[in-house]
Design a protein around this ligand. Structure first.
Ligand SMILES: [Mn+2]
Length: 332
């Protein structure tokens, strides 16, 4: 296997840092047979003698123009008279299933994420800003060994918690607010993805508790349906059925979950049966901007031969567990 890297470019390298010299070390690190620089186009003279096809493994995109690597593949195929074979779901299928080394990294990312959320449980008190919560949490992520954030941290207090991808983190927390914190650490290139909903006062009021329990029940219903061979699309129906029964289907405005791995929204096939080793989120939510709050609970699971394993089992999930966690973190 030959890996082609970008050509050296002294001008660009002054801006973005040096591109490494090709060495046995580099070849070993990438786990390939050869590393070359430049385009394979100029390295494939005579390719038709030894090969009969060029396969495109770049995923298809919604964009008008294809990805540059896919475009290159078809140009190379044409130039050397080779067949063009499309294997566009191959990477998605491979990335769905995780081996033990990957699982170890993802579990580490989740453990680090838990340390950050412990900081959140302590930090979500009246008078501080969403930004304060974010910085204390992110400090805890990196102190625990995070190599990056999985995505921009979302800290949404009160009505901001009803905004799915709230990114301003500017509001001051008020007594009685719920705070939706969707934030996680990455470790060794692998992402985690966790959301918890914290009560500033330490307790959910009656209206908030009712919604929290509906979201928790939806999570329970989805979890009960997870087994090898079920599809993400089928689990979406389960999530919707559960929240319909609770009278909150219209307030559930996103998918119940997504694959996680190298990317926080990783590649994977949503209509096909889930294989053993697939890792994805289970994240029902209910968003009530008029009532001034939202609730989301997001966990990660891995498919096992007999069902699933909850990778985020060390996070509090039940309402009473969340309240107890908050009390403990604040020393009450
Ligand atoms: Mn997610």
């Amino acid at each position: 296997m030959t890996l082609f890297l970008k050509a050296r470019d002294p001008e660009a390298e002054r801006w973005t840092g040096p591109r490494e010299a090709i060495s046995p070390d580099l070849i070993e690190r990438y786990g390939v047979d050869r590393v070359r620089r430049g385009s394979p186009e100029t390295n494939l003279e005579g390719a038709g003698l030894n090969h009969d096809c060029v396969a495109v493994i770049a995923p298809s995109t919604m964009a008008k123009e294809d990805r540059s690597d896919a475009e290159l593949a078809s140009r190379v195929a044409q130039r050397f008279g080779l067949r063009l074979v499309n294997k566009r779901s191959l990477l998605a299928e491979l990335r769905e299933v995780h081996g033990s080394e990957e699982i170890e990294r993802m579990e580490r990312a989740i453990a680090i994420t838990r340390a950050g959320h412990e900081g959140v449980a302590k930090a979500t008190v009246a008078g501080v800003s969403e930004r304060d919560v974010q910085t204390q949490m992110e400090y805890a992520f990196f102190a625990a060994g995070a190599t990056a954030l999985s995505y921009s941290s979302i800290v949404g207090a009160g009505p901001d918690g009803a905004v799915l991808h709230w990114d301003k983190n500017s509001r001051l927390l008020k007594d009685g607010d719920l705070v939706v914190v969707d934030a996680a650490a990455e470790y060794g290139r692998y992402a985690a993805d966790v959301t918890r909903t914290y009560p500033v006062s330490g307790h959910f009021n009656a209206e908030q508790a009712k919604v929290y329990r509906a979201v928790y029940q939806a999570q329970q219903d989805i979890l009960a349906a997870i087994r090898p061979g079920v599809s993400m699309a089928e689990l979406q129906h389960v999530a919707e059925g559960s929240l319909r029964r609770a009278g909150h289907l219209k307030d559930f405005i996103h998918g119940f979950g997504h694959f996680v791995g190298l990317d926080v929204h990783d590649a994977g096939l949503y209509e096909k049966p889930l294989p053993v080793g697939a890792i994805f989120t289970v994240e029902p939510g209910v968003y009530l901007p008029e009532q001034g709050f939202g609730v989301r609970i997001e966990d990660e699971v891995i498919i096992t031969p007999t069902g699933y394993r909850l990778l985020t089992k060390d996070f509090p999930r039940k309402l009473e567990e969340v309240e107890a966690w908050v009390a403990k973190a604040r020393g009450n």
